[in-house]
Ligand binder design. Structure first.
Ligand code: IVH
Length: 697
């Protein structure tokens, strides 16, 4: 890069980052995903490091924003606020119905009704009523902890202060939104008073509700539809429809387009009705939500980690736009994957400005899929092309198509790099893998930083005050090179806290808080620690399974080390965990067998006290910590439901019988597993015996 190019690029980055900062911090309307933002800052910092003399007076690296939300008190939700899985077409809706029937063990003919209602494009709000009076209102936040916006919620006409005929404790959940006419009028007023225009009604609603000064919220015409509930002292009814009717009787607005449907055909038909009315409703909706109507069945179906099994959002089709592909940048992720990112001439797609989109991988750019088959009729994607951008909901936009008629005559096919753009190590593509990966490991700055960002992320160590931006800052200055270094920060740089305090953006208070937040996480639950290691294929759910199975770090570490040669009892035991397959198991043992990786993990664990795995609801569970195997036909519930319930009671469910099995539940037709259990002298129960044991008979 020449110095002239660097100057231009720093100018471009400053403009982009300033715009993104304003959108995020001031307007409550982020325009680019966090990862993109982080990549832009990283690029800016790298160029500044190479050309310090070119650093701008208004350099984005000197700016640290504060989220508006920092000013709100936190509220821990007693019942988590979840999101919804998505369906995009008729087949997805049919699959939703099929999976529910399968889970519940219902035949195709058994009646199973669903509600269908508009999915409001606003922000969710939880309202807590005690003895009929509103006592607290909270935003969703991360689903576990939200912001206390009680004063603001009280200004909303659709939110009653007192209600009659309600259970003593009632948390009503629903969506805050702004109508189209109110949105237009607000933007008009904003314009006249020199304020910011909001990009769309959802951002306007969010920006208005999340005002530290509730008198401002009062001037913003917000509305509220109730569609669900959290904590309750007694049930609201037997069905979703009954419960909605009760909420309506209490004085809440419920959506008039809610219908009861007998199955997928009627759901799709009602979807079409809602879609047709979409343009004239007067408020934004982005799909239709289907929910199992019977609340007893909802309770049986329960939840996956972040979404209910009994509901799904059927999204309206994605929005499209055409624009110019200006450049293809390569980002290096936590596991070394090289991901191509399209830099686009900014274009509005469904009300949101898009300037970046994913190009997936090198095959996708070349016009073929993982099996070498043509996609897009074999058209490749080149810098300078006129491309179609596709956006669906909050998913990252992607480049979907190319207009060959507008291709510049001098354009060249894109050559995917075979060296890592960050550390210049070989980027290798293994047989059968769609992705090319940097082989640099922790010596690659991009991998190191991404791994540490993952390490401090919410589901991992979640260290307050140490987010992606701080990780980058500390890494850049050589303060942290691997996760273990985080726990050495105070020792190394905290003396009198002078060093940290002297840094941009850090004062005495924030430095003290940071060290306290780090100390706070020296005690860490096993599942979080495993997830935080950021090993390939080992996600949050799997980490928790592993934690429940092994119980302690020592047991986990010994077993994974013992399984290094991928055979023998430790390996078999690892594979016996329901939800752990060969790919994940191999990834785990390979990581632990790799010397530098292992040393880095050991250095980290030396600073920690790892909590034994926590098991839900197990205080008086007769099967907590027991390893249970199900075999044969179950008649009162499906295998999936049996497994989920056993796990909820703190049991480990395994697919095979071994000396470590505590209990075999055998239905009719049980074969070799039952024989093996008998040989090993393992306690065996039939289905009724099992139900009696867990108190569900
Ligand atoms: S039900 C446990 N119903 O969509 C499931 N959600 O993408 C609770 N939303 O966080 C959600 N309209 O903010 C439900 N009619 C509706 C909805 C709706 C909008 C939002 C809600 C949720 C998000 C999930």
């Amino acid at each position: 890069m020449t110095s002239e190019n660097a100057r231009t690029e720093l100018g471009r980055l400053a403009a982009l980052l300033n715009k993104a900062n304003t959108a995020y911090y001031v307007s409550d309307a982020p325009e680019i995903p966090d990862a993109e933002y982080d990549a832009l800052r990283r690029r800016n910092a790298e160029i500044e490091a190479r050309f310090p003399e070119l650093k701008r007076k208004d350099s984005p690296s000197e700016q640290i924003g504060a989220r508006v939300g920092d000013g709100f008190a936190k509220v821990e939700h007693r019942v988590r606020m979840l999101s919804l899985g998505n369906a995009f077409d008729r087949d997805d809706v049919a699959a939703f119905d099929t999976s529910i029937r399968k889970y519940l063990g219902l035949s195709d003919e058994a009646p199973l009704a669903y509600t269908a209602e508009p999915k409001i494009d606003g922000l969710s709000l939880s309202l807590r009523y005690e003895n009929g009076a509103l006592v607290e209102a909270a935003t969703r936040g991360d689903g576990t902890v939200g912001e206390n916006v009680t004063a603001n919620a009280r200004t909303i006409d659709d939110v009653p202060e007192t209600i009659r005929g309600a259970p003593d404790i009632l948390e009503v959940r629903g969506e805050v939104y702004m109508s189209h006419p109110d949105f237009a009028a607000l933007n008009e007023r904003q314009e006249q008073s020199g304020g910011k225009r909001f990009a769309n009604p959802r951002n306007a609603a969010a920006g208005s509700l999340r005002q530290l000064d509730a008198t401002i919220t009062k001037t913003r015409p917000l509305r509220f539809f109730a569609y669900s509930w959290g904590d309750l002292s007694e049930p609201l009814g037997e069905t979703q429809m009954d419960a909605l009717a009760r909420l309506s009787d209490m004085g809440f607005s419920t959506n008039p387009l809610t219908r009861l449907c007998a199955g997928p055909d009627e759901m799709i038909a009602h979807y079409a009705v809602i879609e047709e009315q979409r343009a004239t409703l007067g408020y934004d909706i982005d799909g239709v939500v289907y929910k199992v109507n019977d609340l007893a069945l909802q309770a049986r179906l329960g939840f996956r980690s972040t979404t209910p099994r009994w509901a799904i959002a059927h999204k309206f089709p994605a929005e499209l736009a055409w624009t110019r592909l200006e450049a293809i940048d390569i980002q290096v992720g936590r596991t070394g994957a090289l991901s191509p990112v399209a830099r686009l001439t900014p274009v509005t797609v469904g009300g949101v400005v898009v300037s970046n989109a994913t190009l997936h991988n090198e095959d996708y750019i070349a016009g073929r899929d993982a099996r070498g088959q043509q996609i897009r009729g074999g058209k490749d994607i080149r810098v300078g092309d006129w491309v179609q951008v596709y956006r669906a909901g909050d998913v990252i936009p992607k480049v979907a198509d190319v207009d060959l008629g507008k291709r510049p005559h001098d354009s060249q096919p894109y050559t995917f790099p075979t060296l890592c753009p960050e550390c210049h190590s070989d980027a290798i593509r293994e047989e059968g893998d769609a992705v090319r990966r940097c082989s640099g490991g922790m010596i690659c700055p991009a991998q190191a930083v991404e791994r540490m960002k993952h390490f401090v992320s919410r589901a991992a160590f979640d260290i307050e005050g140490l987010g992606a931006k701080q990780v980058e800052q500390f890494y850049r200055d050589g303060w942290i090179k691997e996760p273990a270094d985080i726990f050495m920060l105070r020792e190394r740089y905290g003396s009198g806290m002078q060093q940290l305090r002297n840094r941009e953006g850090w004062g005495e208070k924030s430095a003290t808080n940071l060290f306290a937040a780090i100390d706070d996480k020296r005690n860490i639950p096993l599942g979080r620690l495993i997830f935080a290691l950021g090993l390939r294929h080992v996600g949050e759910a799997a980490s928790n399974l592993l934690a429940t199975h092994y119980g302690t770090w020592e047991a986990f570490e010994t077993a994974i080390t013992g399984a290094a040669d991928r055979q023998g009892p430790d390996w078999d035991d690892l594979l016996s965990i329901d939800g752990v397959g060969e790919v994940m198991a191999t990834s785990l043992v390979t990581a632990f067998a790799q010397e530098s990786e292992r040393e880095s993990i050991d250095r980290l664990v030396a600073h920690l006290s790892v909590g034994a795995a926590t098991r839900p609801d197990t205080a008086d569970s007769p099967v907590a910590g027991k390893t249970v195997v199900f075999t044969g036909t179950l008649e009162k519930m499906t295998r999936a439901e049996a497994k989920a319930r056993a796990e909820a009671l703190g049991a480990k469910v395994s697919g095979s019988v071994s000396a470590r099995t505590d209990l075999l539940v055998a239905g009719p037709g049980a074969g070799s597993k039952a024989r093996k259990a008998a040989e090993l002298g393992i306690e065996t129960l039939d289905e009724d015996g099992w139900l009696a044991l867990i108190g569900a008979a």
